[in-house]
Design a protein around this ligand. Structure first.
Ligand SMILES: Cc1ncc(COP(=O)(O)O)c(C=O)c1O
Length: 442
């Protein structure tokens, strides 16, 4: 059982008191000595590119390891998460004005992979608690032009894959998963990446499964793997055994460069070996914090259904500013002064972004505006009430607690409970000083 942290009613650091202390994280990511040695050997040998599995045993090995982790699915390792996602769409032949229903509340690459295929993102609202795509809103947005649903497992929280799969099957749509923030997360006993017709994952250095820069595509369909390879791999990997004979005449070097480096392939293999142990630590720490914050009134963690196992890339809270009587931003400023940095990860709904507004765009030319204009979409002033609520009220904080950090978790709880215990003083402060600057990711 976790120890109870007494809410310290001492003066807030923001108002001149003594800070609780800075939250620090274990070193992350880490690489085993064996992996570092292997990478160093490769640098010395000068074996630094791979044109497919038959050309690079390191790439073949990594894809086999990742495939085992994803129940035997086909895996295409890539240079980035974006490359994996665009390869997924290309492998499913989604392009050229096809509509893809997706979330307005994510990292931009979940959307740019659609734009770069000249497909059309159709934004639907999310739930307030977790910030994930709302299946009912997805179903309501289906038109005869809809080809796919792209769900994002944001902050490590799995989207409702069971409902999304049922909707996709009912309407004969493709389901694509963006698992870039959620390696190893599970919902209803299944691992993210194993339900969609294709999934893309990022393995850049800041992710739960981190290399330097890499990603991978997962798909149960062998042809999707090969067609995905054809847009981003040297000659579509046609040198590899099994390349479909009927596609051969269409392979060439008209490709994006989404090849994974064998150096990163070696890191992928090594990182997967310790992923589950690190996830167990992330989850243990999250449960510990949840217990310590049981009495918190204003800052809430989402409640997950039994069988949901997030991967806790980031920890996502919502703040009840109506009950607290202050803005999220003033609360975040008080947390920061005590030692905990938390900001809203999504600074504004994606459809508000200027580079999507072909009607009045004035910036450097971008390639997707013609497709958006041809489709006649107007993203300006979309209602999206839950998305807008979260943009104003969510707070995310780093959670790379992959090694025992119980004291840091206790400190995190102490900070939050101290700020909550001083809410009346913060109300007075905000009344006189005005709200703090927006606490959003820059
Ligand atoms: C949700 C999401 N999708 C896609 C990406 C793109 O990954 P990458 O930066 O590896 O291209 C990222 C991270 O950067 C992400 O967080």
């Amino acid at each position: 059982m976790s120890t109870v942290v007494a809410p310290a009613a001492s003066k807030l650091a923001l108002l001149g008191g003594t800070p609780v202390g800075k939250i620090t994280y274990p070193k992350f990511p880490t690489f085993t000595e064996a992996a570092v040695q292997r990478a160093a050997d490769m640098l010395r040998a000068g074996k630094l590119f791979g044109l497919g599995r038959s050309h690079s045993p390191e790439i073949a090995e990594a894809e086999e390891v990742i495939s085992r982790y994803h129940g035997g699915r086909h895996i295409l390792a890539t240079a980035s998460g974006h490359g994996a996602l665009q390869s997924a769409l290309a492998g499913l032949e989604i392009c050229c004005g096809d509509e893809v229903i997706t979330t307005p509340y994510t990292w931009g690459a979940s959307i740019s992979c659609i734009l770069h295929q000249t497909a059309i993102p159709v934004f639907v609202d999310i739930d307030r608690d977790m910030g994930l795509i709302d299946p009912a809103a997805v179903e309501a947005a289906i038109t005869p032009r809809t080809k796919a649903i792209l769900a994002v497992h944001l902050f490590g929280q799995p989207a409702n894959l069971q409902r999304l799969r049922a909707i996709a099957d009912k309407h004969k749509l493709m389901l694509i998963e963006d698992g870039s923030q959620a390696h190893g997360a599970e919902i209803g006993g299944v691992r993210v990446g194993t339900v969609g017709d294709a999934a893309g994952f990022s393995c850049m250095g800041g992710k739960v499964l981190a290399t330097t820069e890499a990603g991978y595509l997962v798909t149960p369909h062998e042809r999707v793997y090969w067609k995905g390879a054809m847009i981003g791999q040297h000659m579509g990997r046609a040198i590899d055994p099994g390349f479909p004979a009927d596609l051969r005449e269409f392979t060439d070097s008209l490709v994006y460069t989404y090849r994974v480096s064998p150096l990163n392939a070696v890191l992928l293999t090594a990182q997967f070996a310790k992923l589950d142990a690190e996830l167990a630590e992330r989850r243990r720490h999250a449960d510990l914090l949840r217990g310590l914050l049981a009495g918190a009134k204003y800052l809430r963690l989402p409640t997950y259904a039994p069988g949901t196992k997030p991967s806790y890339h980031l920890l996502s809270f919502t703040f009840d500013s109506a009950a607290a009587g202050i803005t999220r931003d003033t609360f975040a400023a008080a947390l920061k002064a005590e030692g905990l940095r938390a900001v809203g990860y999504v600074p504004s709904p994606i459809p508000d972004w200027k580079r999507l507004h072909w009607q009045d765009y004035r910036g450097p030319r971008v390639s997707w505006l013609k497709a958006l204009r041809d489709a006649g979409v107007d993203y300006r002033n979309m209602a999206l009430p839950n998305t807008r609520w979260r943009v104003a009220n969510a707070l995310e904080t780093g959670f790379d607690f992959v090694a025992p950090s119980d004291a840091m978790i206790a400190r995190m709880a102490e900070i939050i409970l101290k700020v909550e215990a001083n809410i009346a003083a913060l109300r007075d402060h905000e009344r006189t000083a005005g709200p703090a600057a927006p606490a959003v990711r820059k």
